[in-house]
Every structure is written in C-alpha cells, then in structure tokens.
Design a protein around this ligand. Structure first.
Ligand SMILES: Nc1ncnc2c1ncn2[C@@H]1O[C@H](COP(=O)(O)OP(=O)(O)O)[C@@H](O)[C@H]1O
Ligand SMILES: [Mg+2]
Length: 321
C-alpha cells in the first residue's frame, strides 16, 4: 500500500441475499479483503470455486455493491465517487470474463462490441476513426481486422476470448480485471491467450488483477498473489515465494492440486478429499479448520488475522504455521 498503488482496496465486504428452503439468508461472500495493485503489476487472486474471487472483481468495477470497506482508484474514492468519477473508473478499469459470451452480445458484430465503451463515451471523432481504432485493436489481439464484421458464433473459443480482450482495451485502460480468462479454453489455446495477455501488459503498460482457481496459471502471469478462502485472504506474497514455499495449509493443498504431467506422482490435497465449505454455516473460528491437518482447538474458536510475516511482503492468516 505505497504511494504508487493505482488501486487500493481495503476491508472490502460484499454480502448477498439468498433464499434457501423458503427462508431468506444473507451470506457474506467477501468478508474483509484488502489488496493493492501497483502500476504495471499483475496481482493474482487464487482460490477454489465459490471463495469470492469474482465478487471481488465485480465489486471493484461496480457491478455489485459492497457493504463495507473502501476502493480507491488513483487515490480517489471510487465507491463514493459521483458520476464523473464512476465514468473515469469505468473507462480505466475493465473486465475480461471467463466466458466471452458474457461480454460479446450475440446479436452484435465483433466490431460493435469492441467499440462499445468508446461509443458510450464518445471517444471517436467519426466513423472512419472508429473503424480504424477497432481494426488496430483487433490486430493488437491477433485477429484479422475483417473479424469486425463477424458475429460471436462464427468465432472459435480462442478467437472469441481475443475479441473479449479487444473489447476491454479500447480505449486503453489502466487496469484489466481478468476473471478466469483462460479457464474455458482448450489447453492448447490457453497458452496462446496467456501469452497475448502478457504481451499486452508490456505494450500497453497495464496493471492487472488476474483471477483464477488454477495456481499453475497464476504462477505463469502474476507478480504477487493473494490466496482466498471463504471470502478472506489466507496468504499473500510474491508469487514465486508463495509457490516455492507455501506457508498456509490451504495454499499447500492448492499446490498439491496443480496437475502434474505424471498423475501417479500426484498427492491429493485436502481440497480434493473433503467437503467444500458452505457460506450458510460459516464456522466460528478459522474457516479452513475443518479440512486442515494442522487444526488445533484454538482454530475452532479464534479467527486468525492476516498478519505480515515480516519478510518479502508476505502475510499469513494461520495460528499454527
Ligand atoms: N448474485 C449473487 N447472488 C447470491 N449469491 C451470490 C451471487 N454472486 C455470488 N454469490 C455467492 O457468493 C459466493 C462467492 O461467489 P464468487 O465470487 O462467484 O466465487 P468465485 O469467483 O471464487 O468462484 C458463492 O457462494 C456464490 O454462490
Ligand atoms: Mg468466479
């Protein structure tokens, strides 16, 4: 959280009203997440399905409302911002989704989808400039400019995700929030799209929040990583350090779950051998205790706070490491 941070999220909380068996509940999907993104940095958010990764991303771009905490973009309060502030935020912080169908309207051409943010914000002087900028953006993501006239169904999965990325970088934002951008793609295409994102990061000097359930993918692209479990951060640090020396038992179990080339060498982690947690019955102590090999009595009572380990931007929320 230095002066260079372009995005500073503190103690973010997001809850949802849900119905279950005829009763209404409020579940706390994100429960006090703090993270900062430095200019040009890629920060990974990792954790298994349902831990709140997408909700963090959606809260930052204003797609869901937070019920606590603060979000500052370039030092300006984004949650309390007026219309002008929100508009600047919308152009500067853009999302890439797992399923490009979520961002590409099936009834609009790729060109119209890619131009949409520019259209809404009146950035094109005339049709010619609009076409030229769309063509340039398509070329930047490795698509032939003729794709502007096509429809999403005419594209392969990888091409569609390239179009989804094109849509997020016209006009060039400061931050891209990529939510599982390669998870729906064939393995052979995943690497190409990851490479494209790394190239764009360099060329456009993007800062990125890169969300994935796959620590292997996070390891390839992010500088730092936060590990989420049930709406909270349990470990944070430089990606290399966290991957080489995971501290939290949950992080260790995620690393054990990274697919190895030789499946017989694979050790099943706790996350694959036990029940996933439910937000309907959040435990009173550490949310991971029920699955944790190190759990002690204290873990069932006290919620461990995320505390710095004193070295290398590392932080950990565990009583027993
Ligand atoms: N719009 C919503 N309404 C109700 N519950 C939601 C909504 N969006 C997400 N949730 C719940 O919040 C939790 C976190 O979801 P999400 O952020 O999508 O997790 P992740 O992206 O890590 O898989 C899940 O339990 C999910 O069911
Ligand atoms: Mg998600």
């Amino acid at each position: 959280m230095s002066g260079d941070d372009i995005l500073d999220v503190r103690d973010l909380k997001v809850s949802f009203a849900v119905r279950r068996a005829g009763r209404k509940y409020r579940v706390q999907a994100v429960d006090g997440v703090s993270l900062a993104l430095a200019e040009g940095e890629v920060l990974g958010i990792v954790g298994e399905s349902g831990c709140g990764k997408t909700t963090v991303g959606r809260a930052i771009v204003g797609l869901v409302q937070a019920n606590g905490g603060s979000i500052r973009f370039k030092g300006v309060d984004a949650m309390g911002a007026g219309r002008a502030g929100r508009r600047a935020m919308h152009l500067n912080v853009r999302m890439v989704f797992q399923d490009p169908y979520a961002s590409l309207n099936p009834r609009r051409t790729i060109g119209d989808s890619v131009a949409e943010a520019g259209d809404i914000n009146g950035i094109f002087r005339d049709r010619a400039e609009r076409s030229a900028m769309v063509a340039e953006t398509l070329a930047a993501v490795g698509l032939n400019p003729s794709f502007a006239a096509r429809y999403p169904y005419e594209l392969s999965g990888g091409q569609r995700q390239r179009a989804g990325i094109a849509r997020a970088i016209l006009p060039t934002p400061s931050i891209v929030i990529a939510d599982e951008p390669v998870s729906a793609l064939d393995v052979s295409v995943q690497a190409q799209v990851l490479n494209l994102m790394m190239d764009l990061r360099e060329q456009l000097r993007l800062s990125m929040l890169f969300i994935s359930h796959d620590l292997g993918v996070i390891g390839q692209i992010s500088d730092r990583v936060v590990v989420m479990y049930m709406g909270r951060i349990v470990e944070r640090g430089r990606t290399r350090t966290v991957l080489d020396h995971p501290l939290h038992p949950y992080t260790r179990s995620l690393i054990a779950a990274i697919p190895l080339p030789d499946p017989s060498k694979r050790i099943l982690g706790a996350i694959e051998t036990s029940e996933p947690p439910s937000l309907f019955k959040r435990p009173s102590g550490c949310a991971y205790a029920a699955r944790c090999p190190l759990a002690s009595e204290r873990c069932l009572i006290d919620v461990p706070e995320l505390r710095s380990t004193g070295t290398d931007e590392r932080a950990l929320a565990c009583h027993n490491v």
